[in-house]
Design a protein. Structure first.
Length: 131
């Protein structure tokens, strides 16, 4: 079972030489601890943990076939930058000093133009009245 975990992990990481699987016997189950390079953690876990859950499912099947129970714990091992992290990090930007905002000048009040009154509509005769 240890070989199975190691095989799966080495197949998906960038640094297969840094994959380490340890095995610990507990009371009624076996704990396998998988350690990979920090930059490979995302590949081993997968989106929403799908790859890690698939690895756990395969380990569970292998354990059942051997008549035992097994647990897979995944953690970081050696800290190493990822293959894309070869460029230098950008220096942190210094915070700009806070300046007091200048008071905005008050807008000059413009006189409102006078509106001509609208002519009143002529009263229409009621529909019941005939001339």
């Amino acid at each position: 079972m240890k070989d199975l975990i190691e095989y799966m992990a080495r197949a998906i990481v960038d640094y297969p030489d840094e994959v380490v699987v340890t095995e610990e016997e507990e009371e009624d189950y076996i704990v396998f601890r998988l350690r990979v390079a920090e930059s490979d953690m995302g590949k081993v876990i997968g989106k929403q943990g799908r790859i890690a859950n698939a690895m756990r499912a395969l380990l569970k099947v292998a354990a059942i076939r051997k008549g035992t129970r097994a647990v897979l714990e995944i953690g970081e091992g050696v800290t190493r930058p990822g293959p894309r992290a070869e460029r230098e990090p950008e220096p942190e930007a210094e915070p700009e000093p806070e300046l007091e905002p200048e008071p905005e000048p008050e807008p000059e009040a413009e006189p409102e133009p006078e509106l001509e009154p609208e002519p009143e509509p002529e009263a229409e005769p009621e529909s019941g009245d005939k001339p």
